[in-house]
Design a binder for this molecule. Structure first.
Ligand SMILES: [Zn+2]
Length: 324
């Protein structure tokens, strides 16, 4: 018999032994003493109760860690030190509903499965508020907002070089994205490429400040061109980060795209689960001009599939294109 682990399983094995022994032999206690020693009290009780209905091997599912996205369903909870916008939790419940439920399935094509689950219909239609805020594939843009006051539940600080030294919320990202960013920076370094992280997570409240400040100093029309309306910044998802390089003074400008570091990022980001979110010439679709510095985590399989498709995230998750 194969070795089996788990308390439940050893109990059912033991019960089977007992019942078989009881049916076939008049005395069988000796044969099951090994199991009894693990669980003597339980053994005594359940033996009396066994009526044949428990003679099943219950498969323990999902314990092998093969579903990294399971954590997405966790509703936003108090995440402590680096949050300053926790006052409005009104929309929190909506995050739990449809987020990535399908990820647990075992479709033939897991990439297509995930792509379909996270398609663009995941909004509350009248307000275009996303209902899958915690999903690695959530799409936030000028038409699609996060729930008001949303903050990710698993923000951590990636161990990479930043362009500044002081503590700040923008040093944070969601845990899975942060781990991938560490790998990306290590990969760059191995290729002789020096990157710097410039700006990651941005809270709703800070986006309010940035936006209002732009409105005050430059007018609303200008503000909406250069900064996202609060709730519609991808940085608030904790899955996006701006990256630059000392070779261009760590600026977030187009010049980074033509530097060797920017080109390395463009070529290799997908290997680490990131895509260049706002590609050149796609402003009509993404709502933003070319930003070679802004990368967005979606997971390795999807990132590589997205690059292969040549589509923007908006197009990639558009139902019409999924059916291609
Ligand atoms: Zn950005």
């Amino acid at each position: 018999m194969k070795s089996r682990t788990g308390r439940q399983r050893s109990i059912t094995v033991m019960l089977s032994s007992f019942i078989l022994c009881g049916m076939l032999l008049s005395a069988c206690q000796d044969g099951s003493s090994a199991n009894e020693s693990q669980n003597p009290s339980t053994a005594g009780n359940t033996q009396q109760e066994s009526d044949g209905t428990t003679i099943h091997f219950t498969d323990d599912t999902g314990t092998d860690g093969s579903t990294p996205n399971e954590g997405q369903d966790t509703p936003a909870t108090d995440s402590g030190e680096d949050t300053d916008n926790g006052s409005d939790a009104a929309s929190e419940g909506e995050n739990q509903g449809s987020s990535a439920d399908g990820n647990e399935g075992t479709a033939d094509d897991p990439v297509m499965q995930e792509r379909s689950v996270s398609a663009l219909q995941n909004t509350i239609d009248s307000q275009s508020v996303v209902t899958n805020a915690e999903a690695m594939t959530v799409i936030v843009n000028k038409q699609r907002s996060l729930p008001e006051g949303y903050e990710p539940s698993d923000l951590v600080e990636p161990n990479v070089k930043f362009s500044f030294d002081e503590p700040h919320e923008k040093r944070h990202m969601r845990k899975e994205a942060a781990g991938a960013l560490e790998e990306l920076f290590a990969g760059a370094k191995a290729d002789g490429i020096e990157l710097r992280a410039v700006s990651g997570y941005r809270s709703y409240q800070r986006q309010v400040s940035i936006y209002n400040n732009n409105v005050k100093t430059k007018g609303e029309a200008y503000a909406s061109r250069v900064s996202a309306v609060p709730g519609r910044s991808e940085h608030q998802t904790g899955l996006a980060i701006d990256v630059s390089s000392p070779s261009v003074g760590n600026v977030l400008e187009e010049v980074f795209g033509s530097s060797k570091e920017g080109q390395w990022l463009d070529e290799h980001a997908a290997e680490y689960g990131y895509v260049i979110r706002y590609p050149e010439g796609e402003e009509d679709v993404t709502g933003y001009v070319y930003e070679p510095w802004h990368i967005r985590y979606v997971g390795k399989e999807l990132a590589q599939d997205i690059v292969k498709s040549g589509l923007t995230l908006e197009e990639y998750f558009d139902e019409a294109n999924i059916k291609l």
